[in-house]
Every structure is written in structure tokens, then in C-alpha cells.
Design a protein around this ligand. Structure first.
Ligand code: ZN
Length: 459
């Protein structure tokens, strides 16, 4: 059995791991590298393995940094089966189409600015490639259901509590009469998250796990909701808007779910105007509504009583561009959620241009921001940021509420690892080096490794 590393190794994006066992080649995730311009080259570079020689892709969840290079994989010859949960398959289609759209737009704009080389400027992949990738999705795995892929090779998906449909993938391999269990964590959600159940890892001999927040603890979801409510109240009192740069998947739905509850309880005004300015987030809300099998008991009970998980009087879902631009006229009292979460693209940049210079506005970051992104610069206190080539002064109040993170914190990662075991070997991935090292130092009773990109392990 051989495991090789092709993304998210000593880094947090581009998740991609290749397991060769029982005569099969399984890729676990094929994500996009995200963060800065230089990463464009990393995305278009050779994959590090033969796409056509793969038999299966096991997709843990639909975030771009886990599914974003699937269209490229198919473009480069992959003809095997992609297996995921049903909710992940639906969300991944939305994410891949959106990424293809952005890649096409980006290539067109680069060609306009560089007419002499226009013919040689190609998008990473096209919407047609994303459609071809969607067609490779085959079996839909229910949580804990065991699927036999080949003699001596069984896989199962286990709730990771991270976003709708997210899973850790267990590969059970029998070779030479010896059975071993290899667990790929995917991204692990923290305990007590709205809508979703907590992560439920099965025991395994070899564990490969994420360590995004391996060096710190978050505030709890309840503290974070209270903090968000008080920021909304204070900003309304100052006469400004609240802008929430928000990932379209999971974070937007989770915030809406919390706002609905706060309005229902009277903590926020019944008519609070909330704009979801993201076609992708709106499409994802529809997928969330179609998959109640992924809900926790509280969300299931709300549905059973006839509630809409994401609906309230002041909510406006903004799909078209003209309506999005009209939001620029609103100077106070509104809550505007738009992507992207790291402010590297999407409609949120327009809302930042209008609201960052206003001292009475609030910008609330509710997710992870990589080094080099506008979000990170704003969080780190930059006096101005460049958006669309324009220097925009930062006068608004900047808040970071990290308890909305869809990732488990150090304490929760330790709890997850204790249940998963990993006594033969524990492999840490998907973290920046300081987070990984801090977490590795806590795992004193198992052999731990932190492979570099392109490493190959014989297991
Ligand atoms: Zn994720």
C-alpha cells in the first residue's frame, strides 16, 4: 500500500492524496490551491500522477479546496468513478460550475489586457469541463454505508460535521491476508455546530487528518452568535451597514440559520434587512433544503414544526447583478452577506469599496483568511487595501468572529483523533506549519508524520 501527497501538505489548500492499494488507485479529493496569484500556476501544473490511470476519486466534501481540480482531472483524462455523499455531489456541481465561470472570466480579462498574447491565454478549465466532471459522479454513499470497490477494498463515508454532506472516508484494505483501516479526515467540523451533526470518526490503524486550527481553540458557536448579534445592534445604532464576507457554502447558511433564530427570539428586529448577495449561496440554500437527512435533531425538529430553516421577513436573496449594484445605495441599517470569504473575488469587493471607508460600518469576518488575501490584510490592520486596482481606506470597524469556523479547534481535533486512533501511524496535513507542529507535540503516544508535497509513503 502506497500513499502519496499532492496538495494541502504543510499548507491548507489544494487537498489531494493518492492511495494505491488492492490493485486500485484511489484519489482522495482533488482540490484547488487558493489564496494568491502565484497559486494559479500551481493549479495548472502537472498533477504529479497520471489522471487516466486512476480508478476512483473519493470526495470528502464540496469546498473548492477539496473538489476544485476535479474538472481539470477529467480534462486530463480521468475516466473513473467519483464517489461522495448525495449532498456533496449536488454542492460540488455548483462549486465546480462557479469555479469554471470565474476561470473563464479571468482568462477573458487577461486576454483583453494582453491582446498580443490573447490566443495563448486559456482558462484553467471551462464550464464544459465542469459538466464533464459532474457526469463522472457515480455511487452516492449514505453515512456509514460500506461500498465494495474491488476484492479486498471497501470504503465508507462518516459524518465529518463540517458542511452539508461532508465526510471522513474510511478505506478498508485486505492485502496478503492482513486487513488495515486507513481514515482520511477530510475537513473536521467543531462540536455543536448549527444544522449539522457532530463528527463521528470510525476507529482506524492509519489516520490522515487536517490540522487547520491545530494550535488554537475557538470561542463556542453560542458565544460567536451573541457577538454577531451585538455587532449588528451596535452598527445599526451608529447608522452603518454590516458587511459579512462569507463563504457561499455552509457559512452563509449557518449565519442565516442563526439570524433566523435571533429574530424569532426577539434579539434582533423582526424586519431586519438581510441581503444574501451571492447566486452560489442561494443555490446552496436550495441544496441544504433538499437534504434533511444531514440535519441534526434541532434542525430536524424545526422542520417538523413547519419552520423554514433559512427564512424570515427581512431576508432578500439577490441573484441578478443590477439588484446587487442597487445595494451600493444603502448607507445604513442593512446586513449584507456576499462572497468571497477571503475577498479575493466576487461581489463582496464592491460592498467593501462602499463600506470600508465608512467609520460607522462594520466588516465581520467569520472564516479562515489565508496569507496574502485582502481579508487577511484587513484583519491584520492594514490602513488601506487594493480592490479593483483602487486603494480603499479602512475606516470601518473590523471584527473577526472565529467561532463560526467550520473547522474543529485544537481541543476538538484532539477529541477526534482519540476516537479515530491512528496508532500505527498518524499523518498530519491541511495546516500551516506552526499549527501542525503545535498539534503534533500533543500526540505523544502515536507515531506522527508531516509529509512535504510530493512525498511518497510505503505503508
Ligand atoms: Zn472544507
Amino acid at each position: 500500500m502506497q500513499l502519496s501527497f499532492h496538495g494541502a501538505d504543510r499548507d491548507v489548500t489544494g487537498s489531494c492524496h493518492l492511495l494505491e492499494c488492492a490493485g486500485q488507485r484511489l484519489l482522495i479529493d482533488c482540490g484547488m490551491f487558493q489564496g494568491s496569484r502565484e497559486l494559479d500556476e500551481e493549479n495548472s501544473a502537472p498533477l504529479g500522477f497520471e489522471a487516466a490511470a486512476l480508478d476512483f476519486v473519493l470526495l470528502t466534501h464540496a469546498h473548492l479546496d477539496h473538489c476544485g481540480r476535479l474538472p481539470l482531472l477529467v480534462k486530463r483524462g480521468f475516466r473513473g468513478e467519483i464517489i461522495s455523499t448525495a449532498a456533496t455531489a449536488e454542492l460540488a456541481q455548483i462549486v465546480m460550475q462557479d469555479a469554471a465561470h470565474m476561470a473563464e472570466d479571468d482568462a477573458a480579462s487577461r486576454a483583453r489586457h494582453n491582446p498580443a498574447h490573447a490566443a495563448s491565454i486559456q482558462p484553467l478549465y471551462t464550464r464544459a469541463d465542469a459538466t464533464a466532471a459532474a457526469a463522472r459522479f457515480g455511487r452516492k454513499a449514505g453515512y456509514t454505508e460500506r461500498l465494495t470497490l474491488a476484492p479486498g477494498l471497501v470504503v465508507s463515508f462518516h459524518d465529518a460535521g463540517h458542511i452539508l454532506g461532508s465526510a471522513s472516508v474510511l478505506v478498508e484494505v485486505t492485502e496478503g491476508g492482513r486487513q488495515r483501516r486507513v481514515l482520511f479526515s477530510g475537513d473536521i467540523g467543531g462540536a455543536g455546530r448549527p444544522i449539522l451533526n457532530d463528527a463521528a470518526p470510525p476507529p482506524a490503524d492509519i489516520v490522515l487528518m487536517e490540522t487547520t486550527y491545530g494550535d488554537r481553540d475557538h470561542r463556542t458557536p453560542a458565544e460567536s452568535i451573541a457577538e454577531l448579534i451585538s455587532v449588528i445592534q451596535a452598527t445599526a445604532a451608529r447608522g452603518g451597514n454590516v458587511v459579512i464576507p462569507s463563504f457561499a457554502l455552509e457559512r452563509s447558511q449557518e449565519i442565516l440559520y442563526c439570524l433566523r433564530a435571533a429574530i424569532a427570539s426577539g434579539a434582533l428586529p423582526a424586519q431586519l434587512p438581510v441581503y444574501v448577495d451571492s447566486p452560489m449561496a442561494i443555490s446552496a440554500i436550495e441544496v441544504y433544503r433538499r437534504h434533511p437527512e444531514c440535519y441534526d435533531a434541532e434542525a430536524a425538529a424545526l422542520i417538523a414544526r413547519g419552520n423554514d430553516l433559512f427564512g424570515f421577513a427581512g431576508l432578500r436573496l439577490v441573484r441578478d447583478t443590477a439588484a446587487s449594484m442597487a445595494l451600493n445605495q444603502i448607507t445604513h441599517g442593512a446586513v449584507i452577506m456576499a462572497g468571497s470569504g477571503m475577498c479575493t473575488g466576487g461581489r463582496v469587493r464592491h460592498h467593501l469599496i462602499h463600506n470600508l471607508p465608512r467609520a460607522n460600518a462594520s466588516i465581520v469576518f467569520v472564516g479562515y483568511a489565508s496569507q496574502g488575501t485582502p481579508a487577511r490584510r484587513i484583519i491584520d490592520g492594514a490602513p488601506s487595501v487594493k480592490l479593483f486596482g483602487e486603494d480603499v481606506p479602512v475606516r470601518a470597524q473590523v471584527h473577526t468572529i472565529n467561532g463560526f469556523s467550520a473547522h474543529a479547534d485544537q481541543r476538538e481535533l484532539l477529541g477526534w483523533h482519540a476516537r479515530a486512533g491512528g496508532r500505527e501511524r498518524t499523518i498530519l496535513v491541511h495546516g500551516e506549519p506552526p499549527a501542525m507542529q503545535a498539534f503534533a507535540a500533543l500526540l505523544t503516544d502515536v507515531p506522527v508524520s508531516m509529509p512535504e508535497a510530493n512525498a511518497v509513503l510505503q505503508l
